[in-house]
Design a protein around this ligand. Structure first.
Ligand code: NAP
Length: 324
C-alpha cells in the first residue's frame, strides 16, 4: 500500500512516499481505510528521533486516522466493516490503511466530516484528560494555555471555553492573536515580548492562575509556576522549546500549587474503557457544535514533509491534515 515512510530519524527530510506492507489487524484491532490523517508535533518529534518512543526504521508516522472500517479482529464487537471511525495510534496513520486497538477508536457521527474527525483524538483527548480529569477545572476559574495556536493548544482553549472558564491563550506570534480570540480566548498573552509574569498578574488582578496547560517548557514553565495562585494546578504537557524545565521545589511548597503530570497516550492504555468513553463524549460534543476543531489546511499524503516544515516554521494554526 501507499504510505509515507520515515527511514532515518531526520524529520522532514527523511520522509518519502513509498510502499509499506499491508497492516493486518490482531484479534483486538480494527483495520481502517484511511481518508484523512492529522499531522502533530509528536509525529514530527518522533521522526526526528526526539520522542520517548523510537520505532524500528523504516516506519510510517502518524497518530490520528479517520476513515472507514475495513475489517475487525475476532474479539472486536463494537465496530464492524463500513463504520465511519477515527483511531489513535503511536504511529502508522500516514498510509492508505492503518490498524489500531478497538478501544483507541471512536465512531464518527454522520454530521462530522472525516477530515475534521482526524484532528480530534490526539488534541481533544489530551485537553480533556488534562483539564477535566487531572486538573478538575471548575467553571469560573482562570486557565492559561501556552502554545495555544497549535493543535493541542487550540483544543485546550476550545475545551476551556466550553467548560465556562476564563481562557488566557499564549502565542509568540502577534499575527495569530485574532485566531485565538475567534477560538474563544478571553485574552491573549504575548509569549515573545513583554514581561510574562506581569502580563499574567495584570490579567488576573494580581491573583495568579488557577490552571496552566503548559507546552513550552524551559524558563517559560518556571516563570508561569511563579504566577500560580494558591490551590492552582500547572501541567507540563510538552516541551516544544526543546528544554525540559527544572522547577525549584520551594515554589509549589510556598505557593500551595500542584504540578500535575499528564500523559494522555499512557492513560488511554492503562484505562481503555475510560478513554473510550471520553473519545465518544468528545465526538458527540463536536457533532453538537459544542467543540470546534480548527483545520489550517489540507495537503496530499506526499506533502507530509511540507507539513513538518510548516510546523518547524511555526506557520500552522490548528492542524494540517493529509488527505489520503
Ligand atoms: N502530555 C501529553 O499527553 C501530550 C499529548 C499530546 C501532545 N503533547 C505535546 O504537546 C505539545 C504540542 O503539540 P502540538 O501538536 O499541539 O504542537 P503544534 O501544533 O506544533 O503547536 C505548538 C505551538 O507552540 C508554539 N511553538 C512551537 N515551537 C516553539 C518554540 N520553539 N518555542 C516556543 N513556542 C513554540 C507555536 O505557537 P506560536 O507560534 O503561536 O507561538 C505552536 O503553534 C508537543 O510537545 C506534544 O508532544 C503532549
Amino acid at each position: 500500500m501507499r504510505a509515507v515512510l520515515c527511514s532515518k530519524f531526520e524529520g522532514a527530510d527523511a520522509l518519502e512516499l513509498g510502499e509499506a506492507p499491508e497492516p493486518v489487524p490482531a484479534a483486538d484491532e480494527v483495520l481502517i481505510e484511511v481518508h484523512a490523517a492529522a499531522v502533530s508535533f509528536m509525529d514530527k518529534l518522533m521522526a526526528e528521533g526526539g520522542y520517548q518512543l523510537r520505532p524500528e526504521l523504516p516506519y510510517v508516522p502518524g497518530t490520528d486516522a479517520a476513515g472507514i472500517v475495513l475489517q475487525v479482529g475476532s474479539e472486536v464487537i463494537d465496530f464492524k466493516p463500513g463504520d465511519r471511525v477515527v483511531g489513535q495510534m503511536w504511529h502508522g496513520s500516514y498510509a492508505e490503511r492503518a490498524v489500531t486497538k478497538h478501544w483507541k477508536c471512536a465512531k464518527v457521527p454522520e454530521s462530522v466530516d472525516l477530515t475534521v474527525a482526524s484532528t480530534v483524538l490526539h488534541n481533544y483527548m489530551t485537553a480533556y484528560h488534562a483539564l477535566v480529569q487531572r486538573c478538575a477545572l471548575r467553571p469560573g476559574e482562570t486557565l492559561l494555555v501556552t502554545g495555544a495556536t497549535g493543535g493541542v493548544g487550540l483544543a485546550a482553549v476550545d475545551m476551556g471555553r466550553m467548560l465556562g472558564v476564563r481562557v488566557l491563550a499564549g502565542t509568540g506570534d502577534t499575527a495569530k492573536m485574532s485566531a485565538l480570540q475567534e477560538a474563544g480566548a478571553d485574552a491573549v498573552v504575548n509569549m515573545r515580548e513583554g514581561d510574562l509574569r506581569k502580563q499574567i498578574q495584570d490579567l488576573t488582578d494580581g491573583n495568579g492562575l488557577d490552571v496552566c496547560f503548559e507546552m513550552i517548557g524551559g524558563d517559560t514553565f518556571v516563570k508561569i509556576a511563579r504566577s500560580m495562585r494558591w490551590g492552582g494546578r500547572i501541567t507540563p504537557i510538552g516541551f516544544v522549546s526543546g528544554e525540559i524545565p527544572n522547577l525549584p521545589m520551594n515554589l509549589p511548597l510556598l505557593k500551595g500549587f500542584s504540578v500535575v503530570g499528564v500523559f494522555e497516550g499512557a492513560w488511554a492504555e492503562k484505562f481503555p474503557s475510560e478513554a473510550k468513553d471520553a473519545a465518544d463524549k468528545i465526538m458527540n460534543w463536536i457533532a453538537e457544535g459544542e467543540l470546534r476543531p480548527l483545520i489550517d489546511r489540507v495537503l496530499k499524503l506526499e506533502d507530509a514533509s511540507e507539513a513538518f516544515r510548516s510546523l518547524n516554521e511555526r506557520e500552522v494554526i490548528g492542524r494540517i491534515v493529509l488527505q489520503v
